[in-house]
Design a protein around this ligand. Structure first.
Ligand code: ATP
Length: 444
């Protein structure tokens, strides 16, 4: 993980938030390559989920009426048990002592569970994870609002708005990408557990009785999405929640887990939320949220199958999975370890780099012209500094799938070399075929 965090900073994927002030725990900034990768992940998800007949998109506000969070159960139930160490004053999630480290430098590396064994902790208290703030100038109880801890509730309260505007019939879904906030007791593992993060959630509304079938469908579809975007199959698994661990709203729940360097961790949850959410919003708002089935003339509250992925956690899984160190031949016939990010081409922040082999004989001009021609179509990077081998290595580290080099043969026959990031093989192709060549490969 340390290597990945350091590469992320060096190459402009992720920085600590407010770093010059010593950072703010649990918050991260995405640099030029990071923002591109994050957008690519989100765009892939958006296309997959909404470019189909039975799902609509939405973008709801972060601040919502406070009653929403009473109805959803978050005010009452969205808590984690917290304990304080009486000796080192560190604070822990009581259910994560096995994975947490004691805060006392004298016991460096010791698991917090040991301190518990020695009776150093306070009794566990329930701590609500929602961030509170106030609307308007007066900071009193009547003006409290919350930063949403999930994007789902914005979808539920708009269920009938979207259904009537889009004239969808059940089953259909509503998808949203947006920020969510949780005042986590311990943040850790880079982007895995942060206080501000992005979610990609889809709520699928179905007729009761068909929920199990749709639950199974979405479970498989979502796993496939990660595999199709390059995550190694053996690094992915389902983890079904035990009945006693199910959230208050859920009838069944599976996590899709990825094996990070620190162990298996959830990247997406698929939940059968039954009619819990819409029933509660009906009760709390006093407004009907029933669906009217024109064919059968029935009126009922749909069941909801939720697919809830963290965009930032998925980002991290794609980054970790892409990272490789491997032996590669050098120009002088030796071998050297190269660091390469083997992103799926659709996720790679930069799709192609263009180099003049040397900075003379008109090569830079040709390379710049190629860059300009490609730029409206794909994210492309021009580089003329340093030996070409070093330029290849730099692009490997940012995960660029193709490097295009203009050399002396280009001057004779208008061809360039295209080097493949993974195989490191080069092919010679004509300049006017570059776009077609890259397009064919990226579609594949
Ligand atoms: P965990 O048990 O890890 O706290 P959760 O079960 O509370 O997660 P959900 O409420 O199901 O998570 O949230 C859906 C998705 O949102 C998760 O699969 C994860 O990808 C993402 N997510 C949740 N909490 C965080 C966080 N603190 N930082 C980053 N991503 C998060």
């Amino acid at each position: 993980m340390e290597k990945i965090v350091s590469l992320s900073k060096r190459r402009g994927f992720v920085y600590q938030s407010s770093e010059v002030y010593g950072g703010l725990n649990g918050c991260w900034d995405y640099g030029p390559l990071g923002v591109e990768l994050l957008r690519n992940v989100e765009n892939e998800w958006w296309q997959e989920m909404t470019y189909r007949e039975d799902i609509e998109g939405i973008d709801t506000s972060i601040l919502m009426h406070p009653r929403v969070w009473e109805a959803s159960g978050h005010v009452e139930n969205f808590t984690d048990p917290m304990v304080d160490c009486k000796e080192c004053k560190a604070r822990f999630r009581a259910d994560q002592l096995e994975e947490s480290l004691c805060g006392n430098p004298a016991y460096k590396g010791r698991k917090a569970i040991k301190c518990q064994g020695e009776g150093k902790f306070t009794e566990a208290r329930q701590f609500n994870l929602m961030f509170k703030t106030f609307v308007g100038p007066v900071e009193d109880d009547g003006s409290v609002v919350y930063l949403r801890p999930e994007t789902a509730q914005g979808i539920y309260v708009n269920f009938l708005n979207v259904q009537s505007a889009s004239r969808q019939k059940l089953p259909f879904g509503i998808a949203q990408i947006g920020k969510a906030f949780r005042n986590e007791i311990n943040t850790k593992n880079f982007l895995f557990r942060t206080r501000e993060f992005e979610q990609m959630e889809m709520q699928f509304f179905v007729k009761p009785g068909t929920d199990v079938e749709w639950f199974n469908y979405w479970k498989e579809e979502r796993l496939k999405w990660f595999v199709n975007l390059g995550l190694k199959k053996e690094k992915l698994q389902f983890n079904q929640h035990e009945p006693d661990k199910l959230a208050h709203y859920a009838k069944d729940a599976f996590d899709i887990e990825y094996e990070f360097p620190f162990g298996w961790g959830e990247i997406e949850g698929i939940h059968n939320r039954t009619d819990y959410d819409l029933t509660r919003h009906e009760q709390y708002s006093g407004k009907s949220l029933k669906f009217f089935d024109e064919q059968t003339r029935e009126r009922y509250i749909p069941y909801i199958i939720e697919t809830s992925a963290g965009a930032s956690r998925s980002f991290m899984a794609f980054l970790v999975d892409a990272y490789a160190e491997e032996e590669a031949p050098t120009a002088d016939g030796g071998m050297k370890v190269r660091t390469v990010l083997k992103f799926h081409q659709r996720l790679a922040p930069i799709k192609a780099a263009v180099f003049p082999l040397v900075n003379r004989d008109g090569m830079p001009e040709i390379a710049k012209k190629i860059t300009t021609t490609l730029r409206p179509h794909i994210r492309v990077f021009y580089d003329e500094s340093g030996a070409v081998g070093r330029r290849y290595r730099r692009q490997d580290e940012t995960g660029t799938p193709y490097c295009i080099t203009v050399d002396s043969q280009t001057l004779d026959d208008q061809t360039v070399t295209v080097r493949d990031r993974d195989s490191m093989q080069q092919e010679r192709i004509s300049i006017d075929k570059i776009l077609q060549y890259l397009g064919d490969r990226m579609d594949a």
